[in-house]
Design a protein around this ligand. Structure first.
Ligand code: TRP
Length: 351
């Protein structure tokens, strides 16, 4: 059977360049390689509500923002089915059957969930829906019989729950689901891009992000304020690369051809780093170089975004059409599951 790819994001804010190198770039490469039978990208509104119960408007308004981010960054709705989670209600029925196959303590011990519970201050009062989101995510993936799930590093333990659910279901009711694989970005820096402040991972809640929709001036200001090496005061001082965010971003975004274009005195990143470490290379020069690279990436995305923003109804239509298609696929899986489980009451009638 050919590959079925599924991935998704919670619509809680615009996507940033951490999402770009951490997942969007891989998704677009997979799309262009074309080695799949189906390819789904889900906007996980219901999952977003598991820690935003009082913020329905935020989730609702960000659905279109995330869709615009996807399409402007290069996800092609003719090749990829983009859909809204809550518009496929079969996912919740599938979740209900899966919930019987996972123990509470198993979820509580999951390292990603454990961290997220702490971050959100849920240690005192944990919503059942939040603890359960990995099970609902197993439904998102298995409903489409997906075998490849491109995600960021922190989602690997969550995908592990999907794998366990698939095994349990197969053992309990018969072989229906195949092996699921989480697909990480190739480099570590891309899997976990740090924020501008140099402390946390780039994230909306930490306020340390460069968004795909940021204009040129904003990007420049943000890059100019990025954390470098506080010991590198004079240009002649030797500088540190470790923990230096500007170099971390260059690791993620810079290619040799960028040097020919924007900084021809150097051939590659290695040379630039050597000079910085030795002393004699100022932060501003490196920052302006990074700024050119980031703007080269973002300017076509901004253009596309402008066009899409003028045709919002068309973008919604893409999501509604995608959701119908996704729903038809999930209905088939649910029917197969119920059949395997023996939940076929109609067969009990003698006609
Ligand atoms: N949990 C993912 C995140 O926070 C979003 C998500 C929901 C997802 N369902 C999914 C990712 C299914 C991959 C597959 O980023």
């Amino acid at each position: 059977m050919k590959n079925i790819i599924l991935t998704g994001d919670r619509p809680t804010g615009n996507l940033h360049i951490g999402h770009y190198v951490g997942s969007l770039k891989t998704r677009i490469e997979l799309q262009n390689q074309g080695d799949f039978e189906q390819y789904y990208v889900m906007i996980a509104d219901t999952q977003a509500l598991t820690d935003n119960a009082n913020n329905v408007d935020k989730v609702k308004n960000n659905i279109i923002q995330v869709a615009i981010d996807y399409i402007s960054a290069g996800i092609d709705p003719n090749k990829v089915c983009i859909f809204i989670q809550s518009m496929v209600p079969e996912l919740f029925e599938i979740t209900a059957y899966f919930m019987n196959l996972v123990s509470v303590s198993r979820l509580q011990r999951n390292p990603t969930i454990k961290d997220e519970i702490k971050q959100r201050g849920f240690d005192k009062s944990l919503p059942i829906g939040f603890l359960n989101y990995p099970v609902s995510q197993a439904a998102d993936i298995l409903a489409f019989n997906a075998n490849i799930v491109p995600v960021g590093e922190d989602q690997i333990p969550v995908i592990e729950v999907t794998r366990e659910v698939a095994h349990s279901f197969n053992n309990c009711y018969g072989q229906i689901f195949r092996e699921v694989k989480g697909l990480l970005p190739q480099t570590k820096i891309c899997a976990r891009l740090p924020g501008l402040d140099g402390k946390l991972k780039m994230s909306k809640s930490a306020g340390n992000s460069i968004y795909l929709c940021d204009d040129e001036k904003t990007v420049r200001e943000k890059i100019m304020s990025a954390y470098t090496d506080p010991g590198h005061i004079k240009v002649s001082d030797p500088g540190k690369i470790e923990g230096n965010i500007v170099f971390a971003y260059l690791d993620a975004f810079c290619r040799d051809e960028h040097f020919q274009k924007y900084l021809p005195e150097y051939q590659n990143l290695k040379q630039l780093k050597e000079h910085y470490k030795k002393g004699g290379l100022g932060d501003v020069k490196v920052k302006l170089f990074l700024n050119s690279i980031v703007n080269e990436l973002l300017s076509p995305i901004r253009e596309k975004r402008k066009q899409l923003e003028e045709n919002i109804d068309d973008v919604y239509q893409i999501l509604f059409d995608g959701s119908l298609k996704a729903r038809a696929a999930a209905q088939q899986t649910l029917a197969k599951m119920k059949d395997a489980m023996g939940l076929d009451y109609k067969k009990l009638q003698n006609k």
